[in-house]
Design a protein around this ligand. Structure first.
Ligand code: PMP
Length: 434
């Protein structure tokens, strides 16, 4: 079939190609595959890297932390000092600017929205008393973010993700003119799902926003802050809290992170970093909600990683497992689809995802064809609020979980389905025009 773009092929060429691809697809369908590339979960080998966490505490361990607090008992609302230091280093913020929570950062984000909804942000009107509340969603983005705001009846407004981050012209225009816009969901580094990071210019513009709403906040979910694939070729992000402070906007941002994809997802520790004013506001509610989070787990994390250097070294082991998987997906995509003009994909330097775009109007059918051949992908549309991608083009690829061989098979099928569906689509379009 060569490297001729599909759009330059004659109808006869496309029809012949469609027959060939259909036959190939039928053959793969007969293999009885059962693979899943739908969620960004670490694989077994990655989880094995953290088994030492099970050994650092035992029945004869001293469970007092640095300041003498007995971690077996109640107390300490915002986190033990050594865990604050570790998470502060991971999140690049001073240790007194964060709160350590429980096992999930998504949970922290939910609480943040929930509290704003029921009680308001720093004395502002609770969102539940307003006629209209809107949130900006960078798309394609993380489905679980969008579901939180959707759950509270907040209107999700899409802002496109560009190479440099969100379309900042649009963000500035919307945020400065509409008081009902109360926040924006951001994954600034190795973004879910595009894998790219916000440029310096984008971060600077974020820090200098002039929101119409006094209670507007940037929800800066830095979930992949230390999740590099390469030792030397890494993305760097301007630290947003400090940049906001420099810009005279200290209270503009809530920053989130967790150790979910550092050790055991679901059994990690999560944290939020923000200005001292915001922290005070949050603590008023937090002290009603809990006496304190799991300090034994905090201690376990610190005793296992020791310090940020230990954590960074640990992430290199993750990278050694993940890198070949990402590179394999990218290589197969290039070999199978490069130059055909029917698909685009990202080549991230970190994080957990590759974003894959079919021709407009093809993603749902590609995902359906893969499913019918035994490969489950993230549903098309999942990267948009309400699960609706207006272009029906985006598919999130999660290469981390399947073993290399399965990943190879799954990616080959994805490419085949993409070609097959594109062929049919172009022929359909030509018939409709004729
Ligand atoms: N934020 C992003 C961007 C994620 O991709 C994920 C997990 N896939 C989470 C948050 C969830 O984090 P946690 O386990 O800390 O709730």
């Amino acid at each position: 079939e060569g490297r001729k773009p599909y759009s330059e092929m004659s109808n006869e060429e496309l029809e012949a190609l469609e027959r060939k691809l259909k036959a190939e697809y039928k053959k793969i369908q007969g293999l009885g595959l059962e693979l899943n590339m739908s969620r960004g979960k670490p694989c077994v080998e990655q989880l094995d890297l953290s088994m030492g966490m099970m050994d650092v505490l035992s029945s004869d361990s001293d469970l007092r932390c640095e300041d003498g607090t007995d971690c077996r008992n109640y107390g300490v609302l915002t986190g033990i000092p050594e865990a604050l230091e570790l998470m502060g280093d991971m999140m690049e913020v001073p240790y007194d600017h964060l709160i350590i929570y429980g096992n999930s950062s998504l949970n922290v984000m939910y609480d943040q929205i929930s509290r704003s909804y029921s009680h308001g942000v720093m004395g502002n009107t609770p969102w539940c008393k307003l006629d209209k509340v809107k949130f900006l969603c960078v798309v394609p983005g993380y489905d679980r973010h969008f579901r939180i705001t959707e759950y509270f009846g907040i209107e999700n407004v899409c802002v496109p993700m560009l190479e440099t981050g969100p379309d900042m012209d649009m963000v500035e225009e919307l945020v400065s003119s509409d008081e009902s816009i109360k926040g924006i969901w951001c994954v600034p580094k190795y973004s879910n799902p595009t894998g790219n990071s916000y440029s310096d210019e984008t971060v600077r513009r974020f820090a200098r926003l002039k929101p119409a709403a006094k209670d507007f906040r940037i929800y800066w979910d830095n979930a992949y802050t230390i999740h590099h694939l390469y030792d030397h070729d890494q993305d760097h992000l301007i630290e947003i809290l400090a940049e906001c402070k420099r810009a005279g906007n200290p209270d503009l941002v809530y920053k989130f992170a967790s150790t979910s994809k550092v050790c055991f997802p679901g059994s990690g520790i999560a944290a939020m970093a923000t200005s001292l004013n915001n922290l005070e506001d949050v603590k008023q509610q937090l002290k009603v909600q809990t006496i304190g989070h799991d300090k034994v787990n905090q201690l376990r994390h610190v005793r296992f990683f020791k310090d940020i250097h230990g954590m960074v070294e640990h992430m290199r082991k993750h990278a050694d497992i993940l890198r070949p998987k990402f590179e394999m997906v990218e290589k197969i995509c290039e070999e199978e689809l490069g130059g055909l003009g029917i698909a685009k994909w990202t080549n991230p330097k970190g994080g957990y995802f590759i974003s894959f775009d079919t021709m407009d109007g093809c993603a749902k059918e590609v995902v359906r064809k893969c499913a019918k051949a035994g490969v489950v992908l993230t549903p098309a549309g999942a990267t948009y609020p309400g699960g609706v991608d207006p272009h029906d083009a985006n598919i999130r690829i999660a290469p981390s979980f399947p073993p290399l061989n399965d990943l190879k098979t799954a990616t080959e099928l994805l490419c085949l389905a993409t070609k097959y569906v594109a062929c049919t689509k172009i022929l359909e379009q030509r018939r409709a025009e004729a």
